[in-house]
Design a protein around this ligand. Structure first.
Ligand code: 1PR
Length: 523
């Protein structure tokens, strides 16, 4: 709204909508129709719909017992608010991709808002407006362009509808009855991850390491080549991946920002892959070969313009949290407002900033009786005792104890900050999601490190993606049931076709965990 106001477009847009011509707003395009928003209280909305936008409550629980994470991120169901014929034109009973922290809360006393409500969705104990429709106005809180075939169908219906249908005045309609069993949380997301780097011949390939070592053990020790990034992302989209992540695991240091090979990968993938795309690796302040300085925000902007939905920050997040803790220890203001996490979250919203963490287990010497008393208090929140561990390998961990130390530069350099300090620190800086890897479990197929995942999940109130170690479909059930994470990621088992994505979803469905139902895409 600030930007529309500045460029003199606010009033023309209001005039356009008031003239009765079709309007379709997506996410903030829907929120702009309202009067004000807690996201930016000093900026007026378009004021077409007489209601205001607030922030999701963080305090309530979802049905599975976990704390409700904000942003609300994932595939949610909708229910129609009204029973009326023409209302059926736009939305079908499918799951759509949501990603937002602010919402239009539904309140059955609000008679001015009710005629605009097209559908409602539930998150925890809150019901919010997931789409609006009245006359020429249509708006969705979710992203049809990222909702696979369900979203593409919706866009197609809108584009092919007759002008009369698009501006239809509501006829007789009755409020739809409250449904039973409306899901209280989005479905569990399955993320396919592609680690991308250039091989020794200079080709961009998808690779996969064992504990971050991506070279073959034998022969010339080439970089493992598991396929081409764009082709593989298309395959995973068609197989039902709920998201695709590309991690640029070595920075292409000699390219100017605009010539980054990963930008082309994202651009091509975004043309045919209609689920959220995350891009990580090298999202930081950089300098082009000609000396031009590029801020992390500029680098991220280039990826967003190319089609990325989220950027993932690794090494720089560790540095940012270390510096924040140092400032705090000196009694200074902890947040500088200058870090990549802060500037990107300010510009694009928290939901667009993922932090990728690469922790390693550090075992503690438990042979002395007073080992616990001498364990550093700064890392106490991160200490796991083997006797209480829940990981599949826990039986071998009796009597042991360990904590999780963060690393940078792809696991090459360990830092003093622990995984709890890092997770809580990046949440304070404004990150909207955590991608939690494990250097120890990566590529092992031993299952997720459940102790690590549970530790981090309990430490933050933003969504967490569990990563590293998936070996079989039941590993996904286990990580969802025992840690309550929102999403789980795998790489090796999908690349090597050992476990098809659909087998993972089938297993989750059989284990009564909700997953997105996919059908073949229409494009
Ligand atoms: O530090 O901001 O430039 O980001 C670099 C990014 O590259 C980070 O997200 C970091 O995790 C990633 N990265 C760096 N080196 C490697 C490597 O493998 N040598 N890959 C690397 C991280 C971990 C996951 C992997 C899961 C699942 N790979 O991405 O996909 O462990 O694997 P599995 O299912 O096969 O077990 P920056």
């Amino acid at each position: 709204m600030k930007s529309l106001q500045k460029s003199g477009l606010r009033q023309p847009l209001i005039d356009y909508i008031r003239s009765g011509k079709p309007y379709f707003g997506i996410c903030i395009g829907m929120q702009a129709l309202f009067e004000t928003s807690a996201e930016s209280p000093d900026d007026k909305g378009l004021g077409i719909i007489p209601a205001s936008i607030g922030h999701f409550e963080r305090t309530d629980q979802i049905a599975s017992g976990g704390r409700k994470s904000v942003p609300h991120m994932g595939w949610g169901s909708i229910r129609k608010a009204w029973q009326a014929k023409e209302q059926e034109l736009m939305l079908h009973d499918e799951q759509y991709y949501f990603v937002h922290s602010y919402r239009v809360s539904y309140n059955d006393k609000d008679e001015a808002l009710a005629p605009f409500i097209h559908t409602l969705t539930r998150y925890g104990s809150e019901q919010f407006v997931s789409s609006v429709r009245r006359g020429n106005i249509f708006g969705t809180q979710f992203h049809p362009e990222k909702s696979g075939s369900a979203g593409l169908d919706l866009l197609k219906r809108w584009l092919e509808a007759t002008p009369e249908a698009l501006v239809a005045k509501p006829s007789e309609q009755t409020w739809a009855p409250e449904p039973y069993n409306m899901p209280t949380a989005p479905t569990r997301r399955i993320v396919a991850c592609l680690d991308v780097r250039s091989n020794d011949q200079g080709d961009l390939v998808v690779t996969k390491g064992d504990q971050y070592d991506v070279r073959e053990a034998e022969g010339a020790k080439d970089v493992r080549n598991l396929g081409k990034p764009v082709e593989l992302s298309q395959r995973y989209y068609h197989e039902g991946a709920d998201e695709v992540a590309f991690l640029n695991i070595t920075s292409f240091r000699n390219s100017a920002l605009q010539d980054q090979p990963m930008l082309e990968v994202v651009r091509s993938a975004a043309e045919t892959v209609f689920v959220p795309l995350t891009i990580g690796g090298g999202i930081k302040d950089t300098v082009d070969p000609d000396g031009t300085k590029r801020s992390a925000l500029e680098v991220a902007s280039a990826y967003f313009r190319a089609g990325a939905d989220k950027v993932s920050i690794g090494s720089e997040a560790v540095i940012a949290v270390e510096e924040m803790l140092q400032r705090e220890a000196k009694g200074e203001t902890p947040l500088s407002g200058q870090t990549g996490i802060e500037t990107i979250a300010e510009g694009y919203g928290s939901q667009a900033v993922v932090v990728s963490i690469d922790p390693k287990r550090v075992y503690v010497d438990t042979s002395k009786p007073d080992w616990e008393a001498s364990f550093p208090s700064s890392h106490r929140a991160c200490l796991i005792k083997g006797d209480e561990a829940i990981s599949a390998t826990a039986k071998n961990e009796q009597g042991k104890a360990w904590w999780y130390q963060c690393t940078i530069r792809g696991g090459r350099e360990v830092r003093d900050v622990d995984v709890v300090q890092l997770a809580q620190g990046v949440e304070r800086l404004g990150a909207g999601e955590i991608l939690l890897n494990s250097v120890d479990r990566d590529g092992t197929g031993l299952g997720f490190d459940l102790d690590l995942v549970r530790l981090v999940k309990q430490a933050v109130s933003i969504p967490v993606i569990a990563s590293s170690g998936a070996g079989k479909p039941s590993d996904f059930t286990e990580v969802f049931e025992k840690t309550n994470v929102e999403a789980a990621l795998a790489a090796g088992i999908f690349h090597r076709k050992e476990v098809p994505l659909e087998a993972v979803k089938e297993q989750l469905r059989n284990d009564r965990l909700s997953v997105r139902t996919t059908k073949l895409s229409i494009v």
